[in-house]
Structure formats: structure tokens, C-alpha cells
Design a protein around this ligand. Structure first.
Ligand SMILES: [Zn+2]
Length: 351
């Protein structure tokens, strides 16, 4: 049974430099960034944009200094990117700044005026009249990107085309989900199919909808599709509400604590909870680790007791692979590592 202990692979909780990593900020967090930026920065003048290091800025024109003196007229989300729109009296049209946070990029708001980028983590700082917006990155690799555009046509290159999950109706949702024969986990987290859902919230949505991450999209029953659609909307809205309450009139932080943008929120049902008890049934949460992401799931709530394995592991271990949660439990390997942390899931949306 030695192979089983290797199923977990990397403990993603330990990978991040300051306690988080492995998941980029997803829709609920990005929505809160938008709301707070609208409250704090939209409508105000940019005094300066300072870019630090050679990696982040992906465009040569307009230059960061060209934006000084313009007004931030709106911020929008384009998939997992945030788009800042700038105007002034001189230009013939708006200019845009497109930020992709990737995995470890984060925004921070400082009330200090004209603050330069943080020496260690800073990629850029936007100095507004009321404070400074920092774009930082807390990883060893520089992956976050900033594009400055003079042409709205350039925005199209940043649109992965995914459906907006908060507003998509059932028909459009079902059409996107079943367009290709995929696992549910892959399909939900595919930015070409759905905007803003990634590794963390795909886990959460599938647990709430009681669907297996490895179920095949094109084989889903109509009532499963309808239930998943309803859960996607209510759960993501609930998460936006939860985070809005945590952040209040502040700004999302980094690391741990209320309002922090983290891959492992304490209210998450399964994501980042390997071997912890399911909040619904108490079974130890299981996971499968792939090259670029992982699935966390409850084998009693989601797979009828069946343990999932990726094909390579299953082939490697052949008959040693436990097929059901009962076998793991009997072998003492489905350890529940801590008491349940109530409540499970976000507050239900009332709207
Ligand atoms: Zn469960």
C-alpha cells in the first residue's frame, strides 16, 4: 500500500512563499478587487505609473509615463484579467492597462501617496490622488503581466472567450460545458469555456453540486447540468458576498486573515482540505494531483464511494490501487486530520 501515500504528491499549502500559491485569484476575488477599485480609484487622476523590473510590462507603447495625468474612468474584468480604462483631454480615445495576476500576483492599496513599488515584491505602482495601487507578485518566478494599449481592438487578444458564469443562462452554460468531451474538472476550469473559474472554485462547485470531477461532460444527465448551473451561480454569488463582508471598506490583503486573497479560504468545502473531514458527511476529503492542477473531492458526496485515480497512477499500481473509500478507511489511510470547521460553504445568495 506504499504507493497510496504518494497520491497526495506535493502539499500545495507548503509551496507558497508566504503561505499561498498554486491557484490564481478566481472570479469572486477579482470581483472584490473591481468593487474596491471602483470605490477607491475610479474617477480619480493618475499622478504616475511606476514599473519595476524588466519582466512585467509586455508592451512598448504607450509608455507608463504617458498615462500620467489621465483619469481612471472604469475597471472591468476580462476573464481572469483586469482592464483599467484611462481618458484625458489630449488623447483621441481611451488607453487601457490590462493586468493578468497569474498565480502569485496581487493588488494592494496603500493610503500613502506616490509610494514607489515594493523593493522585493513590487512590479508596478499606480499613484492616485487618494492613495497608491500596488501590483505585487509573491513568487519566485515573474509571471504576472501588464499590457498598456492605445487601441480597444487590442483588448480582443486578451479575451479567452469563456462564458461569464454569473450571467450565463442554462442553455448557454450547458452548450459551453458539453462543447467538448472532457472531465467536469477540466471543463469548468478551462478559460476558453468559462471566465474566472480555476482550480479552487471548480473543486468547490463540484462538491456543492455533488458531481464527480472526473465525470464526462457529454455524458451528464439534464438534471445534473441544471443543478450544476444553479450551483455555479448561487455559489459564486455567495462567495462574492462573503468576501465583500470580509473586506468591508478596506482592500483585499495578502497572506492569511479576513479579506486576504488566498487559494485556501477557511470556508472552502474541499479545496486545500485533503484528509480533512467533509463538512457534509465527515468522510476524509481525497485528491488527485495532476501536472498542473489538482482535484479535491469527497468520495461519499461526489463519487458514490469510488476513489478516483488519474490513469498513470492507476496503471502503475494496478491491483494495489484501492477502489473505494471503505478500503482506505479500513487501511487507516483515510485519516481525518482535524475537527470539522463550520460553516461549510459560502452564505446562500438571497437574490
Ligand atoms: Zn461528503
Amino acid at each position: 500500500m506504499g504507493g497510496i501515500m504518494a497520491i497526495g504528491g506535493l502539499d500545495l499549502k507548503d509551496k507558497g512563499e508566504i503561505g499561498y500559491s498554486a491557484s490564481m485569484p478566481e472570479l469572486p476575488y477579482l470581483e472584490i478587487y473591481l468593487e474596491r477599485l471602483r470605490a477607491l480609484a475610479v474617477g480619480s487622476r493618475l499622478e504616475s505609473l511606476r514599473v519595476q523590473g524588466p519582466m512585467v510590462l509586455q508592451t512598448v507603447s504607450p509608455r507608463p509615463s504617458d498615462l500620467a495625468g489621465s483619469v481612471l474612468v472604469q475597471v472591468e474584468r476580462l476573464g481572469k484579467r483586469l482592464v483599467f480604462e484611462w481618458r484625458n483631454d489630449v488623447w483621441d480615445g481611451p488607453r487601457y492597462a490590462v493586468v493578468h495576476l497569474m498565480i502569485a500576483g496581487r493588488f494592494l492599496w496603500s493610503e500613502r501617496l506616490a509610494e514607489p513599488p515594493n523593493k522585493k515584491f513590487g512590479l508596478a505602482s499606480f499613484a492616485f490622488e487618494r492613495g497608491t495601487l500596488h501590483l505585487n507578485e509573491y513568487g519566485t518566478k515573474r509571471r504576472a503581466t501588464l499590457h498598456l494599449l492605445a487601441d480597444p481592438a487590442g483588448l480582443a487578444a486578451h479575451d479567452r472567450g469563456g462564458l461569464e458564469p454569473l450571467t450565463a443562462g442554462l442553455d448557454a452554460f450547458a452548450a459551453a460545458l458539453t462543447r467538448e468531451r472532457r472531465t467536469l474538472k477540466r471543463a469548468l476550469a478551462d478559460p476558453r469555456l468559462f471566465a474566472g473559474i480555476g482550480n479552487a472554485f471548480s473543486d468547490e462547485l463540484l462538491h456543492e453540486a455533488q458531481l464527480s470531477p472526473m465525470a464526462i461532460t457529454t455524458s451528464l444527465a439534464a438534471d445534473d447540468l441544471a443543478r450544476l448551473h444553479a450551483v455555479v451561480q448561487s455559489s459564486l454569488r455567495g462567495w462574492v458576498e462573503r468576501l465583500r463582508l470580509e473586506v468591508g471598506d478596506g482592500f483585499p490583503g495578502v497572506g492569511k486573515g479576513a479579506g486576504a486573497v488566498t487559494a485556501f479560504h477557511p470556508a472552502m468545502r474541499v479545496h486545500g482540505r485533503f484528509r480533512e473531514p467533509c463538512g457534509v458527511c465527515g468522510t476524509a476529503i481525497q485528491r488527485i494531483v495532476f501536472a498542473d492542477n489538482e482535484s479535491n473531492y469527497c468520495p461519499r458526496c461526489q463519487t458514490g464511494g469510488r476513489l478516483l485515480s488519474d490513469r498513470a497512477f492507476a496503471r502503475l499500481l494496478k491491483d494495489d490501487w484501492p477502489k473505494r473509500i471503505e478500503e482506505l478507511e479500513a487501511a487507516g489511510l483515510a485519516v481525518v486530520t482535524s475537527a470539522p470547521r463550520a460553516p461549510v460553504g459560502p452564505p446562500r445568495s438571497t437574490g
